[in-house]
Design a binder for this molecule. Structure first.
Ligand code: SF4
Ligand code: SF4
Ligand code: SF4
Length: 234
C-alpha cells in the first residue's frame, strides 16, 4: 500500500473493528452477569442474586401459586438465569399478598421462608423518570384511553385491580399512590405538592414491588431492582 493516508485510515478502522468486535462479541457472555450485577427483579424474599442462582431449582412453584400472575420464568436469552423467576414490573407488579404464597411454595428457601411481612421485603426501589409526563403533574384527568390493558384478569383479585383503576376515569390521577399494596403505603409513596404541581414522591418504605410501575397510565415509574432507598435517593 503506497498511500500513507489510506494506510493510516485502514489502521484506525481496523482498531475500531477489533474494539467493537470484542465489545459486542463479549457481550453475549457478559450481559447476563451484568444484568445479575444490576439486579433482576426477583419475587419477594429472594436471596442475594448469587445464592439465589445457586439454590433455585427452577421448579416454577412460586409462579404456579401467584394469584396475580406476577411471576415469569426467564427463557434462554438470559443464559445462566434461564428458568429462574422474575417480575416484569411494567407488565405486572407483585401485590405483596398476605401470607406471601410464593415464599411458602418455594421448596428450597431461595425465597427466604423467614420473610413474612412487607417490612422484611426489599425487592428494589421505585423511581420516577420523566415527571413531566405524569398526569397529576400535568394537571390532566385520567381518560379511559389512558388506562393500560391489564396483563391478566382471571380471578377476583385481578378483577378488583381493574375495577379500582377504572374508578379513576374522569378524576385526578393518584393511581400509583393509592394502589401501592404496602400496608404502610404513605411511607412508601405519597402525592405531594410543590410550586403548584402535584406529583408522587417515593418514600423510604418502598419495597420495589412494582405495582405503581405497572399501573401508572403514562409509564413514568420504574423499579431499580435490588437497590435501596439510600442508593437511589441519598
Ligand atoms: S407476594 Fe403474591 S403477588 Fe407477589 S409474587 Fe408472591 S404470590 Fe405473587
Ligand atoms: S411505591 Fe409502593 S407500589 Fe411502588 S414499588 Fe414501592 S411499595 Fe411498590
Ligand atoms: S400513576 Fe402516579 S405517576 Fe403515573 S400518571 Fe398517575 S399520578 Fe402520575
Amino acid at each position: 500500500m503506497k498511500n500513507p493516508q489510506r494506510r493510516e485510515a485502514l489502521k484506525t478502522w481496523t482498531a475500531y473493528a477489533v474494539f467493537f468486535g470484542a465489545l459486542f462479541g463479549g457481550g453475549i457472555y457478559i450481559s447476563p452477569r451484568l444484568y445479575a450485577k444490576n439486579g433482576y427483579l426477583r419475587p419477594p424474599g429472594a436471596l442475594d442474586e448469587k445464592e439465589f442462582l445457586a439454590t433455585c431449582i427452577k421448579c416454577g412453584q412460586c409462579l404456579q401459586v401467584c394469584p396475580y400472575h406476577s411471576i415469569n420464568m426467564y427463557d434462554i436469552t438470559q443464559l445462566n438465569s434461564i428458568g429462574t423467576p422474575y417480575i416484569n414490573a411494567n407488565e405486572r407488579g407483585c401485590y405483596l399478598c398476605d401470607l406471601l404464597p410464593c415464599i411458602l411454595a418455594c421448596p428450597t428457601g431461595s425465597l427466604r421462608h423467614e420473610v413474612n411481612s412487607a417490612d422484611d421485603i426489599s425487592m428494589g426501589m421505585a423511581y420516577i423518570n420523566d415527571i413531566e409526563n405524569c398526569l397529576a403533574f400535568m394537571g390532566k384527568r385520567v381518560e379511559k384511553e389512558d388506562l393500560k390493558t391489564l396483563r391478566s384478569n382471571q380471578n377476583e383479585r385481578e378483577a378488583a385491580v381493574l375495577e379500582n383503576i377504572q374508578s379513576y376515569i374522569g378524576k385526578e390521577c393518584a393511581i400509583c399512590a393509592d394502589m401501592c399494596p404496602h400496608p404502610d403505603k404513605i411511607n412508601a409513596i405519597e402525592m405531594t405538592i410543590q410550586n403548584g404541581k402535584i406529583f408522587p414522591k417515593i418514600n423510604q418504605k418502598c419495597v420495589g414491588c412494582g405495582v405503581c410501575a405497572e399501573l401508572c397510565p403514562t409509564s413514568v415509574i420504574f423499579i431499580a431492582a435490588r437497590k435501596t432507598y439510600e442508593e437511589i435517593y441519598a
